[in-house]
Write a protein that binds this ligand. Structure first.
Ligand code: ATP
Ligand code: MG
Length: 394
């Protein structure tokens, strides 16, 4: 019965003036990428991005498209000729289909819109006729409520056909991936950083990821976990390139030469330096972390100040003002939570000092680092970096 999916775009795409075309182009490309094997056609039609199913399975198409950033919602539509009798018959089918998934009685309303002014009936009249027809053939399963209906049948009269739908399937909103440029996400195996990466993607960023491992102190399963998180993120954006940086020697040197209460601060300062280098190499214009203000010792303002000092590339912290419960609920929704809570150790937890400094001073951190040959350590870490590409299909 359904031939087409119509999309409603994120509000910001709609108001982006001249850039709108570019945003829509990027969106359509991203949509095509997820449905390319289904034989559907994605195109602009009547001021909207539409998907013609061409016989493809509706549920499968919806399940793939409903995660594409930039889409606010999707509706499957049934099409008819511009003939009021045909419209009424199709309306009944669409409503009956919607009723199958609901407990009755359901409150109901018809909302008609006439884009084609040559159609001989005005919108309110179309609504009335269609409503009356549907009500008289659904055996009391519907109750009219024009203010707050549970079920709304939308009838759109276009140039050469009418569109009918009852269903609004929410999408993730945001902006199409690729429209904001590229960022480098510091991806640990925890709950927060994957969520931060997801939120950056949702604002249109292409996300590459960097992970610091301390193999063999951290296990292969810990690495697997990070790979899995990168894979899940790639499922949202299409692709994630993950750079696994050899951090073992750096950890060892810090432990040998630096005061214990400053080890986390110094470790983070070196992570930032390495991420900064890689970002330049990979043409990323910002770093993204999962830091949230005050969450742990290394995320106090003093700590962020002291750690941030080694770089002047912008550091985006999408979670900075969020509570852990909010972050966890996003993690569950985007499918990273179950993987994040697996118990495998992280390079930070292994070397965790008993009393990390919660208000580390910049000058003390600088002095504590003096014994390290940071340049050589960074060069070695980058030389031993291994890169993997994850795509939606992998
Ligand atoms: P997460 O849940 O993301 O691990 P967290 O609450 O454990 O965060 P921290 O361990 O203090 O917080 O890490 C703060 C941020 O630093 C992380 O969100 C992440 O962006 C980055 N980070 C920490 N450890 C690593 C690592 N091993 N590799 C890459 N980035 C890391
Ligand atoms: Mg962590």
């Amino acid at each position: 019965m359904y031939s087409t999916l119509i999309t409603r775009l994120g509000g910001e795409i709609a108001i982006k003036g001249k850039n709108r075309v570019q945003f829509e182009k990027a969106l359509m490309e991203n949509m095509r990428a997820v449905v390319k094997d289904l034989g559907v056609k994605v195109a602009r039609e009547g001021g909207r991005v539409e998907v013609r199913l061409n016989g493809a399975d509706l549920d499968e198409t919806v399940s793939r498209l409903k995660n594409v950033f930039g889409i606010n919602s999707l509706s499957p539509v049934a099409e008819t000729e511009l003939d009021i009798e045909k419209i009424k018959e199709t309306a009944l089918l669409v409503v009956q289909d919607a009723l199958e998934k609901r407990n009755t009685p359901v409150t109901f309303k018809v909302e008609a819109r006439r884009a084609n002014k040559r159609f001989p009936m005005e919108s309110p009249q179309i609504s009335q006729e269609v409503g009356r027809y549907v009500l008289s053939r659904t055996e009391g399963k519907l109750k009219v409520d024009v203010h707050n209906p549970e079920l709304k049948l939308m009838v759109e009269v276009r140039e050469s056909k009418a569109y009918l739908t009852c269903d609004v399937i929410p999408g993730p909103g945001g902006l199409p991936v690729g429209t904001a440029g590229k960022v480098l996400l510091l991806l640990s195996g925890g709950i927060d950083s994957p969520v931060a990466g997801y939120l950056a993607m949702r604002r249109g960023a292409n996300v590459e990821a960097i992970h610091f491992h301390s193999f063999p102190f951290t296990s292969e399963r810990a690495q697997e976990k990070v790979n899995d998180l990168a894979k899940i993120l790639a499922g949202h954006s299409g692709r994630v390139r993950l750079h696994n940086v050899y951090f073992t020697e750096i950890q060892r040197q810090i432990r040998m030469h630096c005061p214990e209460e400053y080890s986390i601060t110094i470790m983070r300062r070196i992570m930032m330096r390495i991420a900064d280098r890689l970002a330049h190499e990979r043409k990323c214009l910002a770093l993204v972390t999962g830091e949230s203000l005050g969450q742990v010792a290394s995320q106090t303002l003093e700590s962020m100040y002291t750690i941030n000092n080694v770089t002047n590339i912008p550091i985006l912290r999408p979670l900075v003002a969020m509570d852990k419960v909010d972050i966890m609920s996003i993690a569950r929704r985007i499918g990273t939570y179950e993987t994040s809570i697996l118990p495998y150790e992280d390079c930070c937890t292994i070397f965790l000092p008993k009393n990390p400094k919660t208000r580390p001073k910049l000058h003390e951190a600088m002095r504590a680092e003096e014994k390290l040959d940071i340049e050589a350590l960074i060069t070695e870490a980058l030389e031993k970096t291994e890169t993997v590409l994850f795509t939606r299909e992998s």
